[in-house]
Write a protein that binds this ligand. Structure first.
Ligand code: MOS
Length: 697
């Protein structure tokens, strides 16, 4: 055992208020779209109205005669870009790869003129047959090289088919999750402003360093000539992590018209080209002894991507980590359709994958007559079930036990459909959660001023999670000072490069760099007799070597989710009466912001379970429900009693803070816990989300 990671910590672990909280609630915090450089013009992207084919002609001349219109740009008059990324090759071809793809942009003096111009722009197309519906048996389903986050597409051990054929108890079912769309509170917006050969971009971004690199390469200039400014981000859930077509459109337009351009997407446009979660079709087979001990697990997942680029959700990856079984297999298949490219949405892979696996585990518990908490405990692996690596820490069992105690699980009657409160059928369910504890190389600078003030500079992103606050706490501890003496500057590509606020790895990655910079600064100050020189003292750290040299462990956060639901016996309406989660995610650095992350994830999981569903219209080749009136997201009245707890987990194999990521695990397993509770309430097993009333009556 190495020294406890909590030694000498004063502020990490404290429930500090957000350092920018007052600015946000008083409206002083400026978001990208608030920015108004002089001479600003407004751009509106024009989406394709066919799902596949070609743009023949765009009537630019008629458009330019309209009052207030400054420019109309399409493939026929757009500047050429240097990119092989077809998703970002905006206006570089006549081809239309999906309905909604940007085929033109119009620019006007006012947003109203630009909107009207975009609405009336005449575009001539040649349409071709399109194919937009995902099926597991689609003839074009293929095996991708690897899947999101660098996982192999397929893995296997033993002989799962033979083991399943001989297993005393077998569950063999197909599960489905629909396409879902990220809907951060702040819609995407870009303000692009060229100054000579330099480009300034104001945009909410989860990854300012990455966006700077992509823009520099596309426009053929050194990264130092691009400046991405993103101090505040109103949520992203993955949709602001990659460089998106509208950003390229804004930069290209600003270059063409020689004035700063604002391109703000409408809520409806968020449903087209900012990413979404792919629908999934998943077959899970579990073979077990009569006492529930697993002999075989197979998890085969089919997802969609676009014809432009391959994005493969890592749907079956959690099944490589969760439970022991000698015979196992996971596979991923992709179908490239005439649709937008799917992308990251909170817990990509783990979220839909664990809906299937944890629903199947509930079905196995019933088939074996074993309590579902007990079934999971019985299948705990001693080490990574596929990797064979020791877990750096794994407290799933403790989460299940603690959750069961807090929830009041003991003595649960397993029979479905027998508890009634008036017209309401009552049921309870449980599911496990998991998410990898990742870390990427980062750099950070810390500067001491005479008088005891410190400034930390890092191109991290605070997307509403509290990153700025937690980095302040981490720096205060490492410097042996109070948080009030530390200012953290982030959200700007001119700061020392840092990795994406994604994959729940922001704090682990950035925090390591901040600690190393602060340690080095403290050492140099001590060597200098403890006084800060008149000009200040500055240290930069880069964690590349440390992160790459990290010992090999299987690093994951785990959790247990418990749900109580009420289902109206006549109408089939489902209400989630209670959600209770217990998580083991290393050391929690700020209980206040962490609790918000956990209950936010669980709320999004509730929303996924009951409401969220992007419906593809086969005829038009587009999603039908492209606004919040038709794409339903849980509202306050849907979210009644959500409780999140965590175990204090000591794990010396992670990072100097001892933390695991907490941004995504809250959504993992929630939908399965709710679906399992709905089965307990009604006896109806919903294997395809969302749990709509028409599926229950
Ligand atoms: Mo998250 S989907 O990794 O931003």
């Amino acid at each position: 055992m190495t020294a406890p990671v909590t030694a000498g910590r004063r502020y990490a672990g404290a429930a500090l208020d957000r350092v920018e909280g007052l600015d946000k609630v008083t409206g002083r915090a400026a978001y990208a779209a608030d920015h108004r450089p002089a001479d600003l013009v407004h751009a509106v992207a024009v989406p394709a109205t066919i799902a596949r084919g070609e743009v023949v002609q765009v009537d630019v001349d008629a458009m330019l005669k309209r009052p207030g219109v400054v420019a109309a740009i399409w493939h026929g008059n757009a500047p050429r870009l240097a990119t092989s990324d077809e998703e970002l090759a905006v206006l570089q071809s006549r081809r239309v790869a999906y309905r909604g793809q940007y085929v033109a942009v119009v620019v006007a003096e006012t947003p109203e003129d630009a909107r009207e111009a975009a609405r009336t722009l005449r575009i001539e197309y040649v349409a071709e047959e399109h194919d937009v519906i995902l099926r597991a048996d689609h003839p074009r389903a293929y095996r991708p090289e690897n899947v999101n986050a660098g996982h192999p597409s397929d893995t296997g051990q033993g002989d799962p088919d033979a083991a399943l054929a001989a297993a005393p108890v077998v569950v063999d079912e197909e599960y489905g999750t629909p396409a879902e769309h990220n809907n951060p509170m702040e819609p995407h917006a870009t303000i692009a402003d060229w100054h000579g050969d330099g480009l300034i971009v104001h945009e909410p971004s989860q990854n300012v360093s990455g966006l700077r690199a992509t823009l520099a390469s596309l426009f053929g200039m050194p990264p130092g000539h691009v400046h991405v400014v993103s101090p505040h981000v109103g949520g992203g859930f993955g949709s602001k992590a990659k460089t998106l077509p509208h950003t390229i459109l804004a930069a290209l337009t600003a270059k063409q018209v020689g004035r700063p351009v604002k391109l703000a997407l409408t809520r409806r446009q968020l449903f087209v080209a900012t990413g979404y979660r792919t629908p999934t079709v998943q077959r899970v087979r579990l073979g077990a002894e009569p006492d529930g001990r697993l002999i075989a697990i197979t998890h085969d997942a089919v997802m969609q991507s676009s014809t432009l680029s391959e994005f493969t959700e890592q749907t079956a990856v959690p099944s490589r980590v969760m439970y022991a079984a000698p015979h196992r297999r996971t596979t991923h298949r992709v179908v490239r359709l005439d649709v937008p490219t799917p992308s990251w949405m909170r817990a990509p892979g783990e979220c839909p994958g664990m809906f299937a696996l944890e629903s199947a585990m509930d079905e196995l518990a019933i088939a074996c007559g074993v309590d579902p908490v007990e079934l999971r405990v019985r299948n705990e692996p001693a080490a990574g079930p596929e990797s064979g690596l020791p877990f750096s820490s794994r407290n799933l069992v403790a989460c299940l036990r603690e959750g069961a105690r807090r929830f009041g699980w003991a003595g649960r009657d397993p029979r479905p459909g027998v508890r009634r409160r008036g017209r309401t059928l009552i049921g309870t369910g449980v599911a496990a959660s998991t998410f990898p504890a990742l870390r990427a190389p980062s750099s950070a600078t810390v500067r001491a001023e005479p008088g005891g003030r410190y400034t930390v500079r890092i191109a991290a992103a605070d997307i509403g999670t509290g990153a700025r606050t937690v980095l302040t706490q981490i720096a205060a501890d490492a410097l042996g000072t109070a948080p009030a003496a530390v200012t953290v500057e982030l959200g700007d590509s001119a700061l020392p490069p840092a990795p994406v606020a994604g994959g729940s790895m922001g704090t682990a990655s950035w925090g390591t760099a901040v600690v190393r910079a602060c340690e080095e600064l403290a050492a140099r100050l001590e060597a200098a007799g403890g006084t800060v020189p008149d000009g200040g003292l500055e240290v930069t750290a880069d964690t590349g070597r440390e992160v790459r040299a990290q010992e090999r462990y299987s690093r994951h956060a785990f959790g247990a989710q418990f749900a109580e639901v009420g289902v109206d016996a006549d109408t089939g309406e489902t209400r989630v009466l209670r959600l209770l989660g217990v998580f083991a995610a290393g050391r929690v650095l700020n209980p206040k912001t962490a609790r918000s992350q956990f209950i936010g994830g669980m709320t999004m999981g509730l929303s996924m379970a009951l409401l969220e569903e992007s419906i593809m219209d086969g005829r038009f080749g587009d999603f039908l429900n492209c606004d919040l009136a038709q794409y339903h997201i849980a509202a306050h009245a849907d979210v009644r009693d959500v409780q999140a707890y965590w175990l204090e987990e000591e794990d010396p194999h992670l990072n100097p803070m001892g933390s695991k990521g907490i941004g995504e695990i809250g959504i993992v397993g929630t939908a399965a816990a709710i679906a399992n509770a709905v089965h307990h309430a009604t006896g109806v097993r919903i294997r395809e989300l969302p749990i709509r009333l028409d599926k229950l009556v």
